[in-house]
Design a binder for this molecule. Structure first.
Ligand code: ADP
Length: 398
């Protein structure tokens, strides 16, 4: 089966076309600046076919241009759009309504719409993507795969905040987590690499990118995760502050009169590594500045290391026993120095990594040293493949 995976943002549309016989990516690319000046790229096995400015007044036009490229006589990878067996959509917020991936129906669409209150930045554009797809590919089944469903198995003591129940009951205030598709993919892949049944394993998965989260996976299911009601909770991130004393918000408000929305915006877009280093939210810039002796860059980097170590330590304590630790996403896959510094501190719980094996980027590799009690892996994440696999399974069972 051929499956198109679509990830729609407010002004972008990422796509990948999979041949599920061998999980090969036939083509992929990105439409960006939709509704603005428009830009699109298209890549196949042969490399980048085009990367150009193009009029993209709305997501519908972008979707049509994706189909046109995929079926183009000269550089297309399929001859007709009817070859696409299904479309899988990434949805960020599945909230309290969705516990698994679903075939798109009117009811499912209405559910995603209802959840726009708790996913205001991501769910509205995802709905636009679903509708654009339905128009361009009428009759092709669609599936939605949510970033949050993997975390729905958290026990109540992890899922809820210690505030009066009425806020959870009336307003659905609870921890939903994020990056669930990535945590699921890398934890399943880790079990596969270990030749073990996920049900027998406790794994701590570290998705460290611009946005970062760490998850405690117990017996193949999420037990706890660092992100909360929104992706602001947890680790120190590129531009997000992560967990802080919540009264910081009211205190800043009382001192400055700054509206709460602006304070949230500051904590989301102008905080984290960017704020502390005063240089950049990009880990590479910070590492470079730290090496040049910049003190604030050093503090930013240490804060990142501290938060990664704290969550791994906390989850090891919660799980009681850890079989494996996995690093993934931009920083997790590429930053050997961070992995080494984090793992060096975990020696007390039996983690020992092989520094030579660790000295690599973006490869799927086990970096466990001989004699280590816990195995450590770098596993490049592949959320798109996970979405395609869910899509195939649901459509074949229709
Ligand atoms: P997103 O959350 O936007 O998907 P990514 O997973 O792409 O983010 O991660 C982006 C982060 O990965 C940035 O902080 C970047 O500095 C970091 N990164 C990418 N490549 C490297 C590298 N070679 N060494 C260290 N960090 C890297």
């Amino acid at each position: 089966m051929i499956i198109l995976v679509v990830n729609t943002g407010s002004s972008s549309l990422k796509y990948q076309l999979f041949d599920m016989d061998d999980h090969k990516v036939l083509a992929k690319g990105l439409c960006e600046r939709i509704g603005q000046d428009g830009h699109m790229n298209y890549k196949t096995e042969a490399g980048t076919v085009f990367d150009k400015d193009v009029a993209l007044p709305d997501h519908g036009v972008a979707m049509q241009l994706v189909i046109d490229a995929l079926t183009d006589k000269e550089y297309g990878v399929i001859s007709d759009m009817s070859e696409i067996g299904a479309v899988g959509h990434r949805i960020v917020q599945g909230g309290y309504l969705f516990d698994k991936s679903e075939i798109i129906t009117d009811e499912v669409e209405a559910g995603i719409e209802e959840l726009c209150v708790i996913g205001p930045l991501h769910n509205p554009p995802a709905l636009v993507g679903i509708r654009a797809c339905k128009k361009v590919l009428p009759g092709t089944p669609g599936v939605v795969v949510f970033d949050t469903t993997f975390h729905r198995t958290m026990p109540d003591e992890c899922k809820y905040y210690a505030i009066p129940w009425e806020y959870a009951e009336k307003y659905h205030v609870q921890r939903y987590g994020a990056h669930g598709t990535s945590h699921r993919y890398v934890s399943e892949r880790c079990a596969e690499l270990m030749g073990r049944d996920p049900a027998e394993l406790n794994i701590i998965t570290c998705h460290l990118g611009n946005g970062s989260s760490i998850t405690a996976v117990k017996g193949g299911k999420c037990y706890d995760t660092s992100m909360g009601l929104t992706p602001l909770e947890g680790l120190v991130m590129g531009t997000r502050c992560g967990s802080i004393d919540p009264t910081v918000v009211s205190f800043i408000y009382e001192q400055t009169g700054m509206p709460v929305k602006e304070i949230t915006d500051m904590m989301t877009k102008k905080a984290g590594l960017l704020a502390v280093s005063e240089i950049s939210g990009d880990c590479r810039d910070i590492t470079k500045a730290e090496a040049e002796g910049n003190y604030k860059a050093h503090v930013a980097r240490e804060m990142l290391l501290r938060s990664v170590k704290r969550f791994i330590g906390a989850y090891a304590a919660e799980l009681g026993h850890v079989d494996a630790i996995v690093f993934t996403a931009g920083i997790g896959e590429n930053d050997a120095d961070l992995r080494e510094k984090v793992c060096d501190n975990l020696g007390f719980m039996g983690v020992k990594i092989d520094k030579e094996k660790n000295n690599c980027r973006g490869q799927e590799v086990e970096i466990t040293a001989e004699g280590s009690e816990i195995r450590t892996f770098i596993i490049p994440t592949n959320e798109e493949l996970m979405i395609a696999m869910d899509t195939q399974a649901l459509v074949e069972a229709m």
